[in-house]
Design a protein around this ligand. Structure first.
Ligand SMILES: NC(=O)c1ccc[n+]([C@@H]2O[C@H](COP(=O)([O-])OP(=O)(O)OC[C@H]3O[C@@H](n4cnc5c(N)ncnc54)[C@H](OP(=O)(O)O)[C@@H]3O)[C@@H](O)[C@H]2O)c1
Length: 254
């Protein structure tokens, strides 16, 4: 198959590209760094020539609902419009487990994305996954008060981005299936301890305080609303196993 990976340079996107190539597919990467801007639409139509399936793993770094919604609506509309013109037969979007429980902040954009995909004319699959193991490192890099790192209090059942990527490629190979079963990691973790773990792996000895995020989405993070239900499929690599591998390769960073 010819598979386009929107966001194919990102945290999970890199693994989607590698997995699809390993499985023998022809892969096109859509990202601003490859000349395709899915917010403005520049380059999108040409990139989808003879593509069979699009896997959308783009993202924006924001906690603001308006910004998140503007991004996911623009990128999804660009993709769906270009797919319809190019005759792409399958749109696959990656979303997040439990977001209905707090439809605000970043999650507002993810729900808007899901609605557009479900209402669109291109046959679709939506996979909701929990936070990636790699999310701990994203939080370590981004959650700062001045020069100090902080860790949001959150109950999560994280999964390796590599396992999410493998499932996305399997879904592309299987054809449109609408809402796929949710995907989560093997066990519940504390995001605070995960962030402290990557900090130590990166050579930091600073104390990282646990902070409760404000508002309904902060509450949803703490009260378990973002944990998977009993029907979720579970991956196999634990956070501890991932961290051991990460620790042997992560460059030091403050
Ligand atoms: N992180 C998690 O724990 C997690 C958990 C569950 C689901 N998800 C979902 O998984 C998806 C990917 O998340 P991630 O953490 O892997 O993202 P990420 O590492 O932040 O990567 C984002 C990707 O989007 C691309 N991108 C951003 N703006 C773009 C634009 N205007 N046009 C084209 N490409 C653009 C980036 O490439 P350029 O910068 O080169 O444009 C990059 O490849 C998101 O939809 C997220 O909601 C994430």
């Amino acid at each position: 198959m010819r598979i386009a990976v929107a966001g194919g340079t990102g945290q999970v996107g890199r693994h989607v590209v590698d997995t699809a190539r390993r499985n023998g597919h022809d892969v096109v990467v859509l990202a601003r760094s490859t000349g395709v801007d899915l917010v403005t639409g520049v380059g999108a139509a040409d990139a989808l020539h003879e593509v069979d399936a699009v896997i959308d793993v783009t993202s924006v770094t924001t906690l603001d609902a308006a910004e998140s919604t503007a991004f996911f609506e623009a990128t999804t509309r660009t993709l769906l419009d270009a797919e319809a013109v190019a005759g792409v037969g399958h749109h696959i979007a990656l979303s997040i487990v439990g977001i209905d429980s707090s439809p605000e902040g970043y999650y507002a954009g993810k729900l808007a994305q899901e609605s557009l995909v479900e209402a669109g004319t291109v046959p679709w699959t939506i996979l909701r996954a929990t936070q990636f193991h790699e999310f701990a490192d994203q939080v370590y890099a981004r959650a700062k008060v001045g020069p100090f790192h902080v860790a949001p209090k959150m109950r999560t059942q994280p999964i390796a981005a590599q396992e999410v990527a493998a499932q996305l490629v399997a879904l592309a190979e299987a054809g449109p299936s609408r809402r796929a079963p949710d995907l989560a990691g093997p066990r519940e973790e504390s995001l605070v301890e995960m962030v402290r773990g990557v900090a130590r792996a990166r050579g930091s000895r600073s104390w990282i305080p646990a902070v409760p995020l404000p508002g309904p989405s902060g509450r949803a993070q703490r009260d378990g609303s973002l944990l998977p239900g009993p029907d979720a499929r579970l991956g196999t690599q634990t956070y501890a196993e991932w961290l051991t591998a990460f620790s042997s390769s992560a460059p030091a960073r403050d």
